[in-house]
Design a protein around this ligand. Structure first.
Ligand SMILES: NC(=O)c1ccc[n+]([C@@H]2O[C@H](COP(=O)([O-])OP(=O)(O)OC[C@H]3O[C@@H](n4cnc5c(N)ncnc54)[C@H](OP(=O)(O)O)[C@@H]3O)[C@@H](O)[C@H]2O)c1
Length: 359
C-alpha cells in the first residue's frame, strides 16, 4: 500500500481572521480565479500561481461556476489534486448565479439552480464540498425564502459549510437574515464586495448596520481596482496587462475611459498616492492599496488576483505596510483621496460607537 504524500501548509506570517460570525478562519490575503485561472492562464502556469500562493501562507482560493465557463473550477481542482494539497488545510469558495449552460433554469438563485449548480461545481472542482458557497448576485426573480431554504439544504447535505452573498445590497442581506431567523435557518455569513481606495461607499457606509447587527464578514475583491492601483496604467496600457489581454466590451470601455477627463483625474490621484506611498511609507502604491483594504476592521480577507506568481509575492509585501497605517497616516491619505463616505447623520446628537460610548 502506498502512502499519499501531502504538502504541509505553513501559514508563514499570514494573519488569519474569522469570516464574519462563523468559526471559520480565513487568511488576510486569499487568491481568486476570475479572468486568470482557467481563463488567460492555463495549464502549468496555474499550478505555479497556486503553489506560490500556498507556499506564502495563502490557503484560501475563490472561484465561481461562471469563471471561464467552469474552466476556473476545473483548473483549481486539478491543481489541488496534482499538488497533493490536504483538503482540511484549504478554504475553497465558489459562487453560483450565472451558470454555464443556456436555458431558463440554468442560472439565478432558484432551488433548482442552487442544487444543480452546486453539484456541477463540486464535480468540476473534484471535491466533496466547498467551505463557503456564495450567491454571486441577488436574484430579484426568485422568492428570497426559496433561496435561503436552498442554501440551507446545500449545507445540510454537507456540500458547503456556510453560505454567503456577493454584491447584495444591505437591504437584501438584511431580508435574507430576517427570513432565515423566522425559519430557524442559517443566514449568510459574509459578503463578497468590491472595495478599494477609489470605490468606498457600499463597504464603508451602506453595510455599517449589517456589520454591527449580523457581524457580516467581507471577502473583498478588486482591491487593486483590477490593476489600476498598481500604477501600471499611469503611462499607457502595457501589452501584457488585463486591459490589453481581455477582449470583452467592459475592458475596452475601461481602456477608452482612461483618456476621458474622469480617467485622467483617476490617474492623477493614483500618481499622487504613488508618491505618498514612496515618500511617506517607502512602499509601492499597490502595497499601500492592499494594506489599506486589509487594515479595515470589517475586511475578513482580501482576494488577490494574479496573472503570474511574482505578482503574489510582490503583493504580499503589503503585510509589512499594514502596521504603518496609523490613524495619522490614514487621515493624511484622506486629503489625497477626497472620497470618504459621509457618516450617517445624527442631527446634532454626538455619535456613539456600537457599545454606546462617545468617540
Ligand atoms: N464577486 C464578484 O462579483 C467578483 C468580482 C471581481 C472579482 N472577484 C474575485 O476577486 C478576485 C480578485 O479580483 P481582481 O482580479 O479584480 O483583483 P485586483 O487585485 O484588483 O486585480 C488583479 C489584477 O491586477 C494585476 N496585478 C495584480 N498584482 C499585480 C502586481 N503586483 N503588479 C502588476 N499587476 C498586478 C493582474 O492583472 P494583469 O497582470 O493581467 O494586468 C491581476 O490579475 C477575483 O479573482 C475573484 O475571485 C469577485
Amino acid at each position: 500500500m502506498t502512502t499519499e504524500v501531502k504538502i504541509e501548509f505553513d501559514a508563514k506570517n499570514m494573519p488569519f481572521r474569522r469570516l464574519g460570525p462563523s468559526g471559520l478562519r480565513v487568511p488576510l490575503f486569499s487568491l481568486g480565479g476570475w479572468l486568470t485561472l482557467g481563463g488567460s492562464v492555463k495549464g502549468d502556469p496555474v499550478k505555479d500561481i497556486i503553489k506560490t500562493a500556498f507556499d506564502n501562507g495563502i490557503n484560501m482560493f475563490d472561484t465561481a461556476e461562471g469563471y471561464a465557463a467552469g474552466k476556473s473550477e476545473e483548473e483549481i481542482g486539478r491543481v489541488i489534486k496534482e499538488l497533493g494539497l490536504r483538503r482540511t488545510d484549504l478554504v475553497i469558495t465558489t459562487k453560483l448565479f450565472w451558470g454555464i449552460h443556456p436555458g431558463p433554469n440554468s442560472m439565478g438563485l432558484s432551488r433548482k439552480h442552487i442544487i444543480e449548480g452546486t453539484k456541477e461545481s463540486l464535480q468540476r472542482l473534484g471535491l466533496d464540498y466547498v467551505d463557503v458557497i456564495f450567491a454571486h448576485r441577488p436574484d430579484q426573480t426568485t422568492p428570497i425564502e426559496e433561496t435561503v431554504r436552498a442554501f440551507n439544504f446545500v449545507i445540510d447535505q454537507g456540500w458547503a459549510f456556510y453560505w454567503a452573498t456577493s454584491e447584495w445590497s444591505a437591504r437584501e442581506i438584511e431580508e435574507a437574515h430576517h427570513v432565515a431567523d423566522k425559519l430557524g435557518l442559517i443566514g449568510p455569513i459574509a459578503e463578497q464586495v468590491k472595495h478599494h481606495m477609489l470605490h468606498r461607499e457600499r463597504c464603508e457606509s451602506e453595510y455599517n448596520p449589517i456589520y454591527s447587527t449580523y457581524g457580516t464578514g467581507t471577502t473583498v475583491f478588486s482591491a487593486l481596482a483590477g490593476g489600476f492601483l498598481t500604477g501600471k496604467y499611469n503611462n499607457g496600457i502595457p501589452a501584457d496587462s488585463r486591459l490589453a489581454v481581455e477582449k470583452e466590451k467592459q475592458f475596452k470601455d475601461q481602456a477608452a475611459s482612461l483618456s476621458t477627463p474622469e480617467g485622467q483625474a483617476m490617474l492623477a490621484k493614483i500618481k499622487a498616492l504613488a508618491e505618498f506611498a514612496e515618500t511617506e511609507l517607502d512602499c509601492k502604491v499597490s502595497h499601500l492599496a492592499l494594506a489599506w483594504v486589509a487594515k479595515n476592521p470589517n475586511t475578513s480577507t482580501v482576494i488577490l488576483g494574479a496573472s503570474r506568481p511574482e505578482q503574489i509575492v510582490d503583493n504580499l509585501k503589503a503585510l509589512d505596510v499594514i502596521p504603518k497605517l496609523t490613524p495619522e497616516v490614514l487621515e493624511k491619505m484622506e486629503s489625497i483621496l477626497g472620497n470618504k463616505p459621509a457618516p450617517l447623520p445624527t442631527f446634532g446628537r454626538p455619535a456613539l460607537d456600537k457599545f454606546g460610548r462617545q468617540y
